[in-house]
Design a protein around this ligand. Structure first.
Ligand code: PHE
Length: 346
């Protein structure tokens, strides 16, 4: 019997299993009620008294070994099953690719975020507009060249000379949203309107028939040109850095009076002059002015009680300055090599 037990101790020490079925067979063979160990304990009764001590110890050792072996085999099996299900924690991770925002969206979000900090809400209007909102209510004279089909994409036009209010067109600027906001809200109004605009231009590195603007509008009692200047200075410093200087040059828009164009000091050369600012030290970024009383009246806002300012800037242009992009067409081509470069921006 001793010999038999020793053989079994050896046998058990060499066993390995690959599946839970094999593990179960191991248990049945050695540890179950009808298994070898049970039989041996049965036989143990017949062992002569003189040998009982020695055989008993060996038998207990065999039982312990079989139990230990069972537990070890079981835990190894659990680990290897994990691996089979694809959890190999030692494997290097895949370099998975995240998307990136378009530079136009990044800059638009940045602009809206800056203005939201000084109380500007966001308003939107339709891209397909009528003559009334894009031109007439904004004080464009009937024969103004912007109404020409060479500049504006018309969807329906009664005749080439005609500019009746029924004309449907693609908006040429986001100033049309000013009109819609003023028609629907009472002052105080403080809002910006980002959006897509369309002009009938030949596509080149410096011009495109589709681009994006952000319009700003502030109407209340006693709004002055100083408020406009301070608001734009705040914006320029937030956008381009706290040392940025601004310069306002007199300009003309039918819907503002007085009107101005704003330049910021060139951030590339710090105002010393370089090829980006064409050696002037300044970069033009937006048009602005005090809302023309005719526009207020056309939108049912009392021009003797309220004043306001408006401004409009091109997002493509700001993104060009920010990221030193030198060709407008890149924004519309969806070339992954271009877009991938904006992954780290928000
Ligand atoms: N709408 C003008 C443009 O497209 C910009 C502008 C907006 C100017 C508001 C003054 C006030 O050029």
């Amino acid at each position: 019997m001793l010999q038999k037990i020793n053989i079994l101790i050896n046998e058990i020490s060499t066993i390995s299993v690959k599946t839970s079925e094999e593990l179960e067979l191991f248990r049945l063979k050695y540890l179950s009620k009808k298994g070898i160990l049970s039989d041996l304990f049965e036989d143990f009764r017949n062992v002569p008294v003189a040998e009982k001590k020695e055989v008993g110890q060996k038998l207990n050792q065999l039982k312990q070994n079989a139990l230990d072996k069972y537990n070890i085999l079981k835990s190894e099996l659990v680990l290897s099953e994990d691996v089979n299900e694809g959890f190999d924690l030692s494997r290097p991770a895949y370099p998975y690719s995240t998307g990136s925002r378009h530079p136009i969206s990044i800059v638009r979000n940045e602009i809206t975020e800056i203005f939201s900090r000084i109380g500007f809400t966001v308003s939107e209007g339709p891209e397909i507009e009528d003559d009334d909102h894009v031109f007439t209510k904004l004080n464009f004279a009937p024969e103004h060249p912007a109404r020409d089909m060479q500049d504006t994409f018309y969807i329906s036009r009664i005749s080439a000379e005609d500019s009746s209010p029924d004309d449907i067109l693609l908006r040429t600027h986001t100033s049309s949203v000013q009109v819609r906001v003023m028609q629907n809200q009472k002052p105080p109004i403080r809002t910006i309107s980002p959006g897509r605009v369309f002009r009938n231009e030949a596509i080149s590195a410096r011009a495109h028939c589709i681009f994006h603007q952000v319009e700003g509008l502030y109407i209340d009692e006693n709004v002055s040109f100083a408020d406009l200047k301070q608001t734009l200075l705040f914006f320029a410093r937030e956008m381009f850095g706290k040392d940025t200087k601004i310069r306002l040059r007199p300009s003309y828009f039918p819907f503002t009076e007085p009107s101005a164009e704003m330049d910021v000091s060139c951030r590339i050369c710090g105002g010393k002059g370089c090829n980006v600012c064409k050696y002037t030290g300044w970069l033009e970024i937006l048009g602005c002015g005090m809302v023309h009383p005719n526009v207020l009246d056309a939108c049912n806002i009392e021009s003797n009680k309220y004043t306001g300012f408006a401004f409009g800037m091109g997002i493509e242009r700001l993104a060009m300055l920010k990221y030193q992009i030198n060709d407008l067409r890149l924004y519309f081509e969806n070339d992954i090599r271009f877009l991938d470069q904006f992954k780290t921006a928000f």
